[in-house]
Design a protein around this ligand. Sequence first.
Ligand code: AMP
Length: 212
Amino acid sequence: MDLILFGPPGAGKGTQAKRLVDILQIPQISTGDMMRAERAAGSELGKQFDDYMSKGLLVPDSLVLELFRQRLAAEDAKNGAIFDGYPRTVAQAEALDGLLSEAGRQVDSVVSIEVQLDEMIERIIHRRSCQSCGQIFHLRYNPPPSQDRCECGGQLVQRKDDTEEVVRKRYDEYLEKTAPLLDFYQKAGVVKAVDGVGSLDEITERIRGVLG
Ligand code: AMP
């Protein structure tokens, strides 16, 4: 199954994708995680990503497409994947269609996780993630065992782009460049909307429900 988790920043795509990996037995492909890893490695490419990410801007397609193509070609993604934070532009969606169709595949479902702007900002500024295992917490609704440590013992960090100012910019980018993709997938009849407000378990169940 090839599944896109769609929605604005803070909708819960990353959190739900990690839960769905176990349920669906296919990998999560998060271009944001890949870019953060590249940045942490201090590579030249990572520095280029950071120029855009730290300002809340989308990284240009020219830098994203090859990164994504290589990841999709990996062995673990040959039976499907959960796309989290990709595609974000029409060019990325077209590239995805092309790559999947070469392998006789297609986007089977686009789960659109719906949340309002004020909820989204509240979630993002209280979000913390583990530097070691990648688990995502919310300081109030899904609290970690301590303010700065994950269950695995890893250090919890706040993403550099999780400030209110940058989040508003990320949302503008979403509205301008990413939200229009929903029409593209609606025409293909693969969009399933779920309410993104509720407990983590409730939202996972809603996603399972629409996937059937
Ligand atoms: P995310 O972790 O998905 O919230 O992404 C964090 C940031 O990484 C975004 O605000 C963009 O700057 C960049 N990014 C991640 N995925 C993409 C993508 N598919 N296209 C362009 N920029 C991306």
